[in-house]
Design a protein around this ligand. Structure first.
Ligand SMILES: [Zn+2]
Length: 325
């Protein structure tokens, strides 16, 4: 059973917004677009893996958790996908590289071979997964659970892999080969019963916290004044909807009443975790303070402070249509 589905990572969501709002001539544009492609490819690979693992339906109790983020003694660790079965826990690291990946043994090396023939060694994902296994072992010990933890590294089916020697220390597979591989494993001793598996999965979810990279202008060292303000039209994707006759209007003909929700979300993701009436007007290019107040009142944001100190923040557990986390 799947206990947690994957959603678009916060950093990818923020990079998509940042790319729309950063001028083409900006010195960080290239870095932003490069990372956007890396994150998008990673996420696509993960979605492909999720589709494949949905075909894994063993007759023993099990739990699958996608994109789990736990911490142990001040260190956070992120697991792409986790499988709990009665006899073991498997950490699955999902990779997606469009270039050829060469895997050499003795010593184990992962090398990306680009189309022009250039080669570049990449950080060894086996070491990454071993580090996560080590952390998870410690985390589980605190819960009083002792169980073997395995690692699998899986690549998108469209990736080209050249494995010189199957690495003895960890299984490397393509996404579509993961369910048959898991099905082929013999059922060994039962360490966890169904109830314990459920309880453990729920404890992990209770400790999970989404990675929060916001505001990413800080992360990329971008001056917020370089970020283009304006309401983005969901129909033509251009910045510059204007408020009039009680709705947002785009030159392309699209109109709507809620397009500023995305603009506010962009502000929180890109610029800072609070927003004043003046900042809202700047970022939506609205000139009327009262209209701004009226629109903000309907967003479900929390108003803090009075007069000049007044600002809006996201409600922790409110029912705001604006979801940053
Ligand atoms: Zn438009």
């Amino acid at each position: 059973m799947i206990y947690k589905k994957r959603k678009m990572p916060n950093e990818l969501k923020a990079l998509i917004s940042l790319d729309k709002r950063l001028p083409h001539t900006h010195e960080k544009k290239h870095a932003v677009q490069k990372n956007l492609l890396i994150y998008q490819a990673g996420y696509n690979g993960e979605l492909e893996f999720d589709n494949e693992i949905a075909n894994f339906k063993p007759n023993y109790p099990h739990a699958i958790i996608h994109d789990l983020y736990l911490h142990h003694e001040g260190t956070y660790f992120q697991i792409d996908s986790l499988l709990i079965t009665p006899s073991s826990i498997t950490i699955i690291e999902v990779k997606n590289f469009k270039d050829r990946t060469l895997i050499k043994a003795n010593p184990t090396q992962f090398i990306r071979v680009f189309r022009n023939g250039n080669r570049k060694p990449i950080p060894n994902p086996i070491i990454e997964v071993e580090r996560k296994i080590h952390f998870l072992q410690k985390w589980l010990t605190k819960c009083g659970i002792q169980i073997p933890i395995e690692g699998i590294i899986t690549f998108s089916d469209t990736n080209e892999l050249a494995i010189e020697h199957q690495t003895p220390e960890m299984k490397i597979l393509l996404n579509s080969a993961v369910p048959p591989y898991l099905n082929s494993l013999p059922e060994t001793q039962q360490i966890l019963d169904q109830q314990t598996i459920e309880a453990l999965a729920n404890t992990m979810l209770a400790h999970h916290k989404d990675y929060n990279p916001f505001p990413i202008a800080d992360l990329y060292d971008i001056n917020p004044s370089d970020i283009k303000p304006g309401v983005i039209c969901p129909s033509c994707n251009q910045i510059g909807m204007r408020w009039g006759r009680e709705k947002w209007n785009c030159p392309c003909g699209h109109t709507g009443k809620t397009e500023h929700y995305q603009t506010i979300e962009d502000w929180f993701m890109l610029v800072k975790p609070k927003m004043t009436n003046r900042e809202f007007r700047y970022f939506t290019k609205l000139d009327n303070r009262n209209i701004a107040r009226g629109l903000l009142a309907k967003t479900g944001l929390q108003l803090i402070g009075e007069r000049k100190a007044a600002h809006y923040i996201l409600m922790k557990e409110g029912k705001s249509p604006i979801l940053v986390e």
